[in-house]
Design a protein around this ligand. Structure first.
Ligand SMILES: Cc1cc2nc3c(=O)[nH]c(=O)nc-3n(C[C@H](O)[C@H](O)[C@H](O)COP(=O)(O)OP(=O)(O)OC[C@H]3O[C@@H](n4cnc5c(N)ncnc54)[C@H](O)[C@@H]3O)c2cc1C
Length: 337
C-alpha cells in the first residue's frame, strides 16, 4: 500500500496537497499497490471529499489532534503506515509536509527524501516491483540545485518522501477506483505529541486574494521606491483581480508585511502571470516565483538577472510603465462596457 498525506487548509486541499495525491496515485499504479490517504486536522472530512482521491481507503485523523501539531500528526501516519504495511509514505514538500515527515522519520528511524521532483521506483538495473533502490531527483538549495539520489530498501520500510510543486509523477494518472472506504485514524495524542501545536489561525485584516491562490501577482522590489509606490501596484492588481507581492528588500524596509514576500524565505507562488516590477531577480526571489506560468519583468536595467529569466520584459521606469498599463486596461474595459 502507498500512503499519501493530504494537506489542506480548513478543508480546502492545497495545490501541492492535490498534486501529492496524484503523485502517490501514479506511484501506486506503477507498483500495483493500493492507495490510501490520511487527512488530519479540522475539516479533514471536507478536504477528503473535495480532493476526491482515487484511493481505496481514506483515514480521517481523530479529533484532539489540533489545527496543526506535527508530532501528533506524524503519529497518525506512523499508525496507519504500520498497520497497513505501507511500502511508501508520500507527503507534500511544504513546510507542514516536511515537518510532519521529519517527525515520522525520527520516530521510525528511517531516511526521508524531501522535495522530490522525479522518481523512478523500478529502475532498469533494479529488481521489479520497486524492491530495489528507488532513483529520485530532488530539489536542494531551495530549488537552485537538482540532486540525483537513491532511496535504498536496505535502510528499511516504508520509504519516506515528500514531493515538490510541479513534480513529475512516476507514471500516468490513476483512474478513479470508486468511493473510498472511510476509517477513523490515530491514537489520542498525549502532551508530548501536542507540545508544539498551532493554537489559533488569524486571517490578516482586509486581505483579498491570497498569494497562493492568485492567478495574477503584481510584485514590487526596491525599484518601487517606498511604501507609497505600492499604490500603483495595488491599482493594477485590483484591475486584474490579483494580489500584490514583493521582494525581501521591501519587507526588510518595512514597506510591506512579510506575508507579501515571495521567495525562499517568503511564499512560493504559481500564478498564471507574475509581474515583477523593479525586482532584480536574485536566486532567492526566483525560487519563489519560478512556478509562475509566465513572468513579465519591468526594469530600468537591461542586465538585471530577471530580464533574462522573464517570458516578457519591458525596459523602462515602472513609474511610467505601470500607469500606462492601468490606463490602457481601463480604456479597453471602458470600450468593452
Ligand atoms: C538566505 C537568504 C534568503 C533570502 N530570501 C529572499 C526571499 O525570500 N525573497 C526575496 O525577494 N529575496 C530574498 N533574499 C534577498 C535577495 O538575495 C535579494 O537581495 C532581493 O531579492 C533583492 O530585492 P530587489 O530585487 O527588490 O532589490 P534589488 O536587488 O536592489 O533590485 C532592484 C531592481 O529594481 C530595478 N529598478 C530600480 N528602479 C527602478 C524603476 N524606477 N523602475 C524599474 N526598475 C527599477 C533595478 O534595476 C534593480 O534590478 C534572500 C537572501 C538571502 C541571503
Amino acid at each position: 500500500m502507498i500512503l499519501a498525506f493530504l494537506e489542506h487548509d480548513a478543508g480546502t486541499p492545497t495545490q501541492l496537497g492535490a498534486e501529492t495525491i496524484g503523485f502517490a496515485g501514479a506511484l501506486a499504479d506503477r507498483l500495483d499497490q493500493a492507495l490510501e490517504v490520511v487527512a488530519v486536522g479540522p475539516e479533514a472530512e471536507k478536504a477528503a471529499a473535495a480532493a476526491a482521491p482515487p484511493a481505496e481507503v481514506v483515514h480521517l485523523g481523530l479529533g484532539g489532534l489540533g489545527t496543526y501539531a506535527p508530532r501528533a500528526w506524524a503519529h497518525v501516519l506512523a499508525d496507519v503506515a504500520g498497520a497497513g504495511g505501507a511500502v511508501a509514505v508520500v507527503a507534500p514538500g511544504s513546510e507542514r509536509g516536511n515537518e510532519v515527515m521529519a517527525h515520522l522519520a525520527a520516530m521510525t528511524d528511517l531516511p526521508l527524501a524531501t522535495n522530490c521532483v522525479a522518481l523512478d521506483p523500478v529502475a532498469e538495473a533494479g529488481p521489479a516491483g520497486g524492491d530495489g533502490p528507488w532513483r529520485l531527483t530532488r530539489n536542494r538549495w531551495a530549488g537552485s540545485l537538482l540532486e540525483d539520489a537513491e532511496l535504498d530498501p536496505g535502510q528499511g520500510r516504508p520509504r519516506l518522501l515528500t514531493v515538490a510543486l510541479g513534480a513529475r509523477p512516476p507514471g500516468a494518472g490513476r483512474q478513479p477506483v470508486g468511493a473510498p472506504a472511510i476509517r477513523p485514524a490515530g491514537t489520542v495524542a498525549d502532551d508530548t505529541d501536542l507540545a508544539v501545536a498551532v493554537g489559533d489561525v488569524v486571517q490578516p485584516e482586509g486581505s483579498g486574494v491570497s498569494l497562493t491562490d492568485a492567478r495574477v501577482i503584481v510584485s514590487g522590489g526596491r525599484g518601487v521606491g517606498g511604501e507609497d509606490g505600492f499604490a500603483l501596484l495595488e491599482q493594477l492588481a485590483s484591475l486584474l483581480g490579483g494580489a500584490v507581492g514583493c521582494s525581501r528588500v521591501v519587507t526588510s524596509e518595512g514597506w510591506r508585511p512579510h506575508r507579501d514576500q515571495v521567495g525562499q524565505t517568503g511564499t512560493r507562488v504559481s500564478p498564471e502571470l507574475y509581474i515583477a516590477c523593479g525586482i532584480s531577480g536574485a536566486i532567492q526571489h526566483m525560487v519563489g516565483c519560478k512556478g509562475a506560468k509566465r513572468i513579465l519583468a519591468i526594469n530600468t536595467d537591461p542586465d538585471a538577472p530577471i530580464m533574462g529569466k522573464a517570458d516578457y520584459a519591458v525596459l523602462g521606469d515602472l513609474h511610467d510603465v505601470l500607469p500606462a498599463i492601468v490606463a490602457e486596461l481601463r480604456r479597453a474595459r471602458g470600450a468593452a462596457d
